[in-house]
Design a protein around this ligand. Structure first.
Ligand SMILES: Cc1cc2nc3c(=O)[nH]c(=O)nc-3n(C[C@H](O)[C@H](O)[C@H](O)COP(=O)(O)O)c2cc1C
Length: 465
C-alpha cells in the first residue's frame, strides 16, 4: 500500500510505548500520509496531547466530553480516515475492542471505524501471555477488517524479556506498506467509508497464518512475509517459470518393523509448515514432500505424502528439478530395519534384536544432483556439540546453508512454536567442497522467524545467481 496521500487515524492508549507513536506519526507523514490522533486518558499520562497536536497540526481527540474542536470526533475522525492504527494497544483497550465497550476515544473510534483497523499490542510478557489477552487477541483477529500486528520478543521497558514489545515504528510502516496482500485487493480504501466492507480476501498464506496454531506470531509473519519481495527473483533452470518454486521436505519418516509397528521420531511438522507458509507469502510456488505429521499446510501448497525415508528420497530426487530452492526440513530416520516383517511380529517373551541399515542421505544426494543456481538448504538437529556437528554436516553435504536447530531449551523444539537455532551459510566460492564455516550465535526465536531467515537467504542467493 502506498501511504502517500492516505488519511490515517492514530489511536494511542496508555502503555509505556506510547512515546514511540510520536516517531510513527512522523514516519507516516514522511511517507506523505496525513495523520490525526485520538488518545485514552491513560495515554495522556505518558505523552502530552500537545505533542501529538503539534506534530499532526490538528487537535487531538481526547476523552469524552472534553472535545477540543469537533463535536462528533468519535464518528468524524474514523469517517475521515482511510485506516485506523492503534499504536500501542494496551491490554485494556484490546479487551474493550473485543467486548464492544466504547467509553474512551480509542475504543469509540475502533467501534465506529468501518475501514481497516491495525492493532499493535504492547505490554509486559506476563500480561501478553495471560489467558484473557491471548483469548482477546484471538477473537480480535477474527473481526472483519481487523489486523493484529506482532508483539515481538525482546527486552521490555519493564526490564523483563519476552514477547509483548511494540513493533518498531519503521517496522509498522513497512507492515502497512506491505499490507496489500492482507487487504482485500478488490476493495479500494476509499470504498471503506461506506457500509462495512468485507476483508476476507487475504492472501492464502496470511489467512493460513492467521488461522494456524503458529498464530502466536501472526502479524510478524504477515508483515515480513508480505513485505520482502520488491525485486523480481531470477530463476534457475531452462524453462523460466512465472514464479520461483520451492520444494520442502516435511514431517517425520516411519520405518516399518512389521505391518503395524515402525521406528520414527517426534517431529510435528510445524517448522515445515511455517517455512511453507512464509515462502508462499513471499510469492513462491510451494511443493512439499511430507512424511506423517500433525501440523497442516495451507491449501495452496502442493503436498506429496510419503511414509519412509526411501519414499522421500525417491520423491525429492524426482521433484527437485522443478524447484529453484530446496529446503530439507524433514526429520528423516537415519536407519531402517533391514527386514520389515510381512506379518505382525508375535510376542514370544524372548529378546528381540532388530538389525538396522542406513537410509539414503537425501541431502547429499540432492546436492549431487543440484543444478547451477539452485539453492539447497539442509537442517541439522543436534543435542550436543551443536556447532562442530553442524559444521561437519554442512561441509560434507555441500549445501548452501544449514539450519542448526537445538531442541534442548525448555518449551522449545518438538511441537512448540519457539526454537533455538542459527542459519549457517557455506562460504561458497565452491560450496560443494570448500565450506569455510562461520557459525553465528544460536538464538531463540519463533518458527516464523526461522522461516523468514530461510526465505530471505534463498531470495538473496537467487538474486545473486
Ligand atoms: C508505568 C506504566 C506502564 C504501563 N505500561 C503498559 C503497557 O505497556 N501495556 C499495557 O497494556 N498496560 C500498561 N500499563 C497499564 C495501563 O496504563 C492501564 O491498564 C490503563 O488503565 C490503560 O488504559 P487505556 O487502555 O485506557 O489506555 C502501564 C501502567 C503503568 C503505570
Amino acid at each position: 500500500m502506498n501511504l502517500g496521500g492516505k488519511k490515517i487515524l492514530l489511536g494511542v492508549s496508555g502503555g509505556i510505548a506510547a512515546y514511540k507513536s510520536c516517531e510513527l506519526l512522523r514516519l507516516l507523514q514522511k511517507k506523505g500520509a496525513e495523520v490525526r490522533v485520538c488518545m485514552t486518558e491513560a495515554a495522556t499520562q505518558f505523552v502530552a496531547p500537545l505533542t501529538f497536536a503539534s506534530l499532526s497540526k490538528c487537535p487531538v481527540y481526547l476523552k469524552n466530553g472534553a472535545v477540543e474542536a469537533r463535536p462528533f470526533q468519535h464518528i468524524d475522525f474514523p469517517r475521515w480516515a482511510d485506516m485506523y492504527l492503534v499504536v500501542p494497544a494496551t491490554a485494556n483497550v484490546i479487551g474493550k475492542f473485543v467486548y464492544g465497550i466504547a467509553d474512551d476515544p480509542v475504543s469509540l473510534c475502533f467501534m465506529s471505524c468501518t475501514g481497516p483497523r491495525f492493532i499493535a499490542p504492547a505490554m509486559n510478557v506476563a500480561m501478553f501471555n495471560s489467558p484473557a489477552v491471548k483469548r482477546n487477541l484471538e477473537t480480535l483477529r477474527s473481526f472483519e477488517n481487523t489486523f493484529v500486528m506482532d508483539s515481538p520478543a525482546g527486552e521490555l521497558a519493564c526490564g523483563e524479556v519476552g514477547k509483548g514489545r511494540l513493533m518498531e515504528p519503521a517496522e509498522i510502516v513497512e507492515y502497512l506498506e506491505a499490507s496489500d496482500a492482507i487487504l482485500n485487493e478488490t476493495v479500494t480504501l476509499s470504498e471503506t467509508k461506506g457500509p462495512v466492507k468485507s476483508c476476507s480476501a487475504q492472501s492464502p498464506a496470511a489467512q493460513f497464518l492467521q488461522e494456524t496454531a503458529l498464530q502466536d506470531l501472526p502479524a510478524f509473519a504477515h508483515s515480513e512475509a508480505t513485505s520482502k519481495r520488491s525485486e523480481p527473483i531470477p530463476q534457475s533452470g531452462e524453462a523460466t517459470p512465472s514464479v520461483p518454486r520451492v520444494l520442502i521436505t516435511a514431517g517425520r519418516t516411519e520405518e516399518a518393523i512389521d505391518p503395524v509397528r515402525y521406528i520414527s521420531n517426534r517431529s510435528s511438522g510445524k517448522t515445515a509448515v511455517a517455512i511453507a507458509a512464509t515462502f508462499l507469502a513471499n510469492g513462491f510456488d510451494v511443493s512439499v514432500v511430507a512424511g506423517p505429521m500433525e501440523a497442516e499446510f495451507p491449501g495452496a501448497v502442493h503436498v506429496t505424502k510419503i511414509r519412509s525415508a526411501c519414499d522421500m528420497h525417491k520423491a525429492v530426487l524426482e521433484q527437485m528439478k522443478n524447484a529453484e530452492v530446496l529446503v530439507h526440513c524433514a526429520a528423516v530416520a537415519d536407519y531402517r530395519p533391514k527386514v520389515a516383517a510381512t506379518e505382525k511380529i508375535k510376542d514370544s517373551r524372548s529378546q528381540l534384536v532388530l538389525e538396522l541399515e542406513p537410509n539414503p542421505n537425501i541431502l547429499r544426494d540432492s546436492v549431487a544432483q543440484k543444478r547451477p543456481g539452485q539453492v539447497i538448504i539442509g537442517f541439522a538437529l543436534e543435542t550436543d556439540h551443536f556447532k562442530e556437528h553442524a559444521a561437519e554436516k554442512l561441509k560434507k553435504s555441500g549445501a548452501d546453508a544449514l539450519l542448526l536447530n537445538a531442541p534442548v531449551a525448555a518449551n522449545s523444539g518438538f511441537g512448540f512454536d519457539e526454537v533455538r537455532y542459527t542459519l549457517i551459510r557455506a562460504n561458497s566460492r565452491n560450496a560443494q567442497n570448500a565450506a569455510e564455516v562461520e557459525i553465528p550465535e544460536m538464538k531463540m526465536g519463533s518458527k516464523i522467524d526461522l522461516a523468514q531467515e530461510i526465505v530471505d537467504f534463498s531470495i538473496d542467493k537467487l538474486k545473486n545467481v
